[in-house]
Design a protein around this ligand. Structure first.
Ligand code: ARG
Length: 608
């Protein structure tokens, strides 16, 4: 009959975060006092506090629980302590809790779980304080000042595919999460693939197509991916062209003006295409492509060599790292550099020149080994601490594939590549059609329709990606993501708009209500909503510690559900004696929802 179980498994990345607004942490502090009193000599006893969850059908005994009794019992066994078993320890934990306005009551369950029922007055006051002081007072603090998220990072002239879209969406959210955690400088780095042997081929093809370099323009080239393919065909079919392309690489690297200019032209055209995607998604990135690090490569490899890390292998220069049987190829047999050489130089630059404390790389899980080897090489060199959780720290954030409806890798119908801009435009177009159908009264302005269909369409694409655990593959399905039912951005944005319209319909100025009104949580549904609002800080901490946006999405969805299905269907707001308090609860819900939307990069909607 053990009904309470711990909710979340412990975070996989243990991270030192200061989070005073977290209910869990506030309770943990109280329990810490109690534990120090009853087992003063057990130094490694830390309070284990978690949310109580009730599986359907079972009773919930509290809001939170402290799970230390069993662990302490097994430590004390055999020692002379006077405790007769875990329940006695549980009782002692309760008895020695310092008095606190947070707690309404405590009880013992099962073999020694201490259940805590929070005081509804305290919940109400805490929510009210957040409303008055702003939700940013609920932000935690990470112990670092400079972080970087390396994300999006498409390759020039090659396909910017749905994998890059995932990286862009996830990376932007992670950067927002770090910013909310008061990291002073969060750099959003676009490590574009703007270097490499493909440029020789592209440049030679460009010269063939446009003997007059002045004629090169985006409109003249049209589709750069098609251009890439055509040049690849030339490269594979004509040995003479191939030779010229190889020489072109050398000329480009030696800084020949004409070749440099052609390279620049190709990069500019690609960049314009990437920017269309970023502009639609509202994502800001600072580009520092692979080419930037080229001059640093020889020096970094030399430093690694001096440390004894670099070996010869068949004329190539390689680095072995712990636990991996293939080496890093730092310099190819022909003396050239590769993707890895660049990452060696760029990580060195980021640690030494940019003085970053936490660098987060966001790519598909296919590159996990690449980053694992990179970090291991840096640990071997003593350039990163042996302890993976110490700063400066590097983390690879991998994600799964985007699949089409058929369960295969996402492709458009013609089995050609999918242009991301087209994909986003399609999402917007579908939303616009749906909006126009809803708007039977025609009270939406042209501009409102545009703005709202963008917010919902792009928001839906982002949310569909963020809500699933990033490591799993997911199906790209317009019908599913644009449905107004279930866990979708459309549902959430509408829920938010509905809250706003309740407040509007009351005819009250919410700022005035905030000044004089008091939140009261007498109804069970009011209390449930208040408590969920108050759990934002600890949920955010969990999302941030594991760099898992899906945790935030689950929270947001539950918030919308509690509001709609519990609070709003049980508690009438406008025209009741509780109106003031309930308007404040509506506002608090909307504020937390908007913070979640912001963190997820979604533009809120205020009108239905
Ligand atoms: N351009 C790479 C790709 O498209 C991603 C780069 C990720 N960042 C890095 N520093 N390696 O797969």
């Amino acid at each position: 009959s053990l009904s309470s179980k711990t909710q979340s498994s412990p975070p996989t990345l243990s991270i030192d975060i200061d989070n005073p607004a977290s209910v869990k942490r506030q309770l943990a502090q109280l329990f810490d006092v109690s534990l120090k009193t009853i087992v003063p000599d057990e130094e490694d006893v830390v309070p284990l506090v978690d949310v109580c969850t009730a599986k359907t059908g079972s009773v919930k005994f509290g809001d939170y629980q402290c799970n230390n009794a069993m662990g302490i019992w097994s430590k004390l066994k055999g020692k002379e302590t006077g405790f007769k078993g875990p329940p006695a320890i549980g009782q002692a934990i309760i008895k020695n809790l310092p008095p606190s306005e947070m707690i309404d009551s405590c009880s013992l369950a099962g073999p020694g779980f201490v259940n805590v029922v929070l005081s509804k007055h305290w919940i109400a006051q805490s929510v009210q304080r957040m409303l008055n002081d702003g939700i940013d007072t609920w932000a935690p603090r990470l112990p670092i000042r400079r972080a970087m998220v390396d994300f999006s990072s498409p390759n020039i002239a090659k396909e910017m595919h749905v994998g890059h879209l995932r990286s862009t969406i996830i990376g932007d959210t992670l950067a927002r999460m770090l910013e909310f955690s008061r990291v002073e400088l969060v750099t959003r780095r676009n490590h574009v693939g703007d270097w490499g042997t493909q440029f020789g081929m592209l440049i030679e093809y460009l010269f063939e197509k446009f003997p007059n370099q002045e004629d090169v323009s985006e409109t003249a080239i049209g589709d750069l991916q098609a251009f890439y393919k055509a040049s690849k065909v030339r490269f594979d079919d004509d040995p003479e062209f191939k030779l010229r392309a190889q020489q072109a690489v050398v000329l480009l690297q030696s800084g020949d003006t004409r070749y440099r200019k052609a390279w620049q032209q190709i990069c500019d055209i690609s960049r314009a295409e990437f920017d269309k995607v970023y502009q639609r998604l509202g994502v800001q990135l600072e580009e520092m492509g692979e080419s930037f690090y080229n001059p640093y490569i020889p020096g970094v490899i030399e430093k690694l060599d001096k440390l004894g890390l670099v070996e010869d292998s068949d004329g190539a220069r390689v680095i072995y790292v712990e636990g991996v049987n293939i080496p890093i190829i730092a310099v190819k047999r022909d003396g050239g550099y590769n993707y890895f050489s660049t990452d060696l130089a760029s990580l060195w630059y980021r640690l030494n020149k940019e003085k970053l404390e936490w660098i987060v790389y966001v790519t598909d899980i296919g590159q996990q080994q690449h980053f694992d080897m990179l970090y291991k090489a840096f640990r071997r060199a003593g350039w990163l601490p042996r302890n993976e959780n110490a700063y400066p720290k590097c983390t690879h954030i991998g994600f799964g594939l985007v699949l089409g409806n058929d369960g295969k890798r996402f492709r458009s119908r013609s089995s050609e590549v999918v242009r991301l801009v087209d994909l986003l435009d399609e999402a917007k177009r579908r939303c616009k059609t749906a909006l126009l159908e809803r708007d039977t009264t025609n009270d939406w302005s042209e501009e409102e329709i545009e703005r709202t269909s963008e917010a919902i369409g792009y928001g839906a694409v982002k949310y569909a990606d963020l809500k699933i655990n990033r490591l799993t593959n997911y199906k790209f399905d317009f019908d599913q993501m644009l449905s107004d039912k279930g866990n979708t951005a459309v549902y959430l944005l509408y829920a938010h708009a509905r809250i706003c319209s309740i407040i509007r319909k009351s005819g009250k100025d919410i700022e005035e209500v905030k000044k004089n009104g008091v939140i009261v949580l007498d109804h069970e549904s009011e209390r449930l909503l208040g408590l969920h609002i108050l759990q934002f800080p600890e949920v955010f901490e969990e999302a941030c510690s594991n760099l898992l946006p899906s945790v935030l999405c689950d929270y947001l969805y539950t918030l919308a559900e509690i509001f709609t299905k519990k609070f709003y269907s049980n508690c009438q707001v406008v025209g009741t004696p509780e109106e003031t308090s309930r308007l404040l609860l509506c506002e608090a819900t909307a504020v937390v929802m908007r913070k979640c939307f912001y963190l997820l990069g979604i533009e809120p909607v205020y009108k239905l």
